[in-house]
Write a protein that binds this ligand. Structure first.
Ligand code: 5GP
Length: 180
């Protein structure tokens, strides 16, 4: 499927499922290397809805003791970041004294991440790290270091593999970019 139409917009294929899986191979190898000696379970904190596919594919490759929890936030309406963050599902785990790795589908402006990072830091984790499948360096306005990046991509709106356009397109196994 080279092009897809979602509502009023046309999208063209930019990352195949195979591309995505090999980026996740590399990312998970780095994590497995960095946490190979860990004895205490690491807490992965996956950001719904977008990160659900990435989370599932990544978790299958993790070889150190870990737990997974989900939190839901939103900062996007339509095709541009609004910068307003709504927390819909809160964190129930006690993260004090723990190593937490945030799992994001995509870091764009970084505003979502910034808010989340500040909120989680107040709960005193020992270490707070970020892993994202996709990163838009030209859009990023944040100061936080993004520790693990699957792929850096241009500053264009994309859909598929968990990412939506007005709720649609999350089911696509490939990633598509907007046709201007
Ligand atoms: P940020 O706060 O970094 O600008 O945006 C973070 C959130 O906006 C992501 O977790 C994702 O849900 C959404 N987002 C950012 N860029 C894109 C994009 O290109 N396509 C889609 N579908 N969502 C995006």
């Amino acid at each position: 499927m080279k092009n897809v139409r979602i509502k009023d917009l046309e999208f063209k294929l930019c990352y195949t499922s195979d591309d995505i899986q090999s980026d996740i191979d590399v990312l998970s190898s780095k994590l497995n290397h960095d946490f190979k000696d860990t004895k205490t379970p690491i807490l992965f904190l996956s950001i719904l809805n977008g990160a659900f596919m990435f989370t599932a594919d990544l978790m299958k490759r993790i070889q150190f003791p870990c737990e997974i929890s989900f939190i839901r936030l939103a900062s996007y309406e339509g095709t541009s970041s609004t910068g307003t963050i709504r927390e819909i599902i809160g964190l129930t785990d006690n993260i004090e004294g723990r190593t937490v790795i945030i799992l994001e589908d995509i870091v764009d402006t970084g505003l979502t991440l910034q808010k989340l990072y500040e909120g989680l830091t107040k709960k005193n984790p020992t270490q707070l790290l970020i892993a994202t499948l996709l990163f838009k360096p030209d859009a990023y306005k944040g100061s936080i270091k993004v520790d693990y990046i699957g792929k850096s991509i241009p500053n264009d709106f994309i859909v598929g593999y968990g990412l939506d356009y007005d709720g649609l397109g999350r089911n696509l196994p490939n990633i598509y970019t907007i046709v201007e």
